[in-house]
Design a protein around this ligand. Structure first.
Ligand code: GTP
Ligand code: MG
Ligand code: ZN
Length: 299
């Protein structure tokens, strides 16, 4: 039988079978070996299970992933897949408290682009004074690149219809720094999930969350959502540096016009990207993100 992994924690895999039944499963020995090599079975994975002795469900096979959301710690050399087969990566920021960090947004957009997941920017806390200005600033940078920017307020329950469009179909993952209101947004949409918010969740989010279970929450409205713990350090070490420009839509559109085929866009002559930058057609902050990530990314 086949199913999708909904929860992983302490060696137990909760799987939703195609029949709708939810079962707890363990991993086949062979897969456990792979697990140690770092290729874990994660939420969103589609798996094939067997029933051993009529009672114990065992995951026998993991089907190839269509998309991945990976996390590698800033400066780190290890990559961890957080969610498999997600359709959207919701990059959540707050209009204020905490102030949005453009560099972090760009890093998360690259995480989505490199894993084949459509990124969407969610600006929460629109109830705070001055929020409209902040949201407008983000829209000016990111809308022309083709990214949706969705204004919401979990506190004021505003924009819930727009949030529902992002959450109520397929698999979505919430990502963004601690305290921006990721859990609050799910609670605002469907209070019955009662996700932990505020201080408690934040304390847990620092350093220790690698041991905490991860869950795909089944929303009443039909979608599945992963509420990943807040993080402020996002490395992109897993992205080969020659593929990095492909993760920036505005660079992707220009790279074939550079003189050199593997142009880094940093120092080569006749570079279409730097020319566009000089002409003001590329946002300087975006180019800065690109060059920072280029230095960091795997060669
Ligand atoms: N003013 C305002 N405050 C909000 C809003 N949404 C959430 N908050 C507050 O922001 C704080 C953090 O919210 P959480 O939902 O815990 O944030 P989180 O992103 O899940 O944080 P982590 O779980 O640590 O990653 C809480 O004190 C919320 O009450 C909002 O729309 N407006
Ligand atoms: Mg949270
Ligand atoms: Zn170039």
């Amino acid at each position: 039988m086949k199913g999708m992994v909904r929860r992983v924690g302490g060696g137990v895999y909760t799987v939703a079978l195609e029949s709708g039944e939810i079962v707890e499963a363990s991993l086949r020995g062979r897969l456990k070996l792979e697990e140690r090599a770092g290729d874990q079975v994660v939420i969103g994975d589609r798996v094939r299970l067997d029933l051993i002795d009529g009672e114990a469900h065992v995951i026998e096979e993991v089907f190839p992933r269509e998309t991945t959301i990976t996390r590698s710690r800033f400066g780190g050399r290890t990559i961890k897949v957080l969610v498999a087969n997600a359709d959207r990566l919701l990059v959540v920021v707050a209009a204020a408290r905490p102030k949005p960090r453009r560099d972090l947004i760009d890093r998360l957009l690259v995480v989505g682009e490199s894993g084949g997941v459509t990124p969407v920017i969610i600006v929460n806390k629109m109830d705070i004074d001055g929020a409209a200005e902040v949201a407008k600033g983000l829209e000016q940078v990111y809308l022309p690149l083709g990214y949706d920017v969705v204004r919401v307020s979990a506190l004021a329950s505003e924009g819930m219809d727009r949030l529902a469009e992002q959450l109520c179909e397929g698999i979505a993952a919430l990502a963004g720094p601690s305290g921006v209101g990721k859990s609050s947004l799910v609670n605002a949409l469907e209070p019955e999930h009662a996700l932990r918010t505020g201080e408690l969740s934040r304390k847990r989010g620092t350093g220790r969350h690698t041991t905490v279970s991860s869950t795909l929450i089944q929303l009443r409205c039909g979608g599945l959502v992963a509420d990943t713990p807040g993080f402020s350090d996002v490395g992109v070490w897993g992205v080969p540096r020659e593929e990095l420009d492909g993760c920036f839509p505005e660079l992707r559109a220009l790279r074939s016009s550079c003189r050199f085929r593997e142009c880094s866009h940093l120092h080569e002559p006749d570079c279409a990207v730097r020319q566009a930058l000089d002409e003001g057609a590329i946002d300087p902050g975006r180019f800065e993100s690109y060059s920072t990530l280029y230095e960091e990314s795997g060669s």
